[in-house]
Design a protein around this ligand. Structure first.
Ligand code: DX5
Ligand code: ZN
Length: 212
């Protein structure tokens, strides 16, 4: 199990310090939610934040693009992130996006909400499938009902098709449900308030490790 810290709910003033603490507690990576105010109602931050944090931290970064036409950001992000997730319904050509992300030397991930269908061709080419367990855009929500079944179904589909993508989950992930999520098939856990909610990220990270 790999644990990624989502910084969406963290204030800009305390962000660097909290990320350093998470890194000291051996977080596996940081997850940045880039929203454009169109694909989701809220506006977060742009690639500049990843660029400015890149030289101050060692752990891998991943960018979760909750934007229309996500391809606008791939070149700019290639210097400062290892993984890019995009939502296929926001893209003009998801297959072209996967190829572009790969050509820039990054892992390509597809983020899916409840009702989005992903073609076999995409599943064959993607590195990570990110299942959103909440409505995209906002931290601090509870995991939706049926999430464990969705993970389990995706895992079964992957295994039956003999594919290799990793399964990641995002939204409402807490130490309390981490073991169930991993048992259902999640290999990467993305957590925001589950890590930064109590202002002592190192304790929360330890709790995640203990329960899984
Ligand atoms: C939701 C975001 C998540 C969110 C996670 O749209 O993609 O990454 O920040 O936050 P929590 O863990 O608080 O649900
Ligand atoms: Zn996210």
């Amino acid at each position: 199990m790999k644990l990624y810290a989502s910084i969406l709910g963290v204030g800009i003033g305390e962000m660097h310090e909290l990320m350093l603490e998470a890194e000291k507690a051996r977080i596996d990576g940081f997850h940045f939610d880039i929203s454009d105010g169109c694909f989701t109602p809220n506006l977060t931050f742009g690639p500049w934040l990843l660029r400015s944090m890149r030289n101050m931290l060692l752990a891998p970064f991943e960018a979760h693009l909750m934007t229309n036409n996500p391809e606008r950001y791939y070149d700019e992000l290639s210097c400062c992130t290892e993984t890019i997730y995009f939502h296929p319904e926001a893209s003009v050509s998801p297959m072209r996006d996967i190829n572009k992300i790969h050509s820039l030397g990054m892992e390509a991930g597809i983020a899916i909400t409840n009702d989005v269908h992903v073609s076999t061709k995409l599943l064959e080419n993607v590195d990570v499938m990110l299942l959103l367990l909440v409505k995209p855009g906002f931290p601090g929500q509870s995991m939706q009902q049926g999430s464990l079944e969705r993970i389990d179904m995706l895992r079964e589909m992957r295994d039956n098709m003999k594919l290799n993508f990793e399964i990641a989950v995002d939204g409402g992930v807490k130490p309390e449900n981490a073991a169930l999520l991993v048992h259902a098939g999640a290999q990467r856990l993305v957590s925001g308030s589950g890590i930064f909610g109590n202002k002592k990220p190192s304790d929360s990270i330890m709790k995640f490790r203990e329960v899984v």
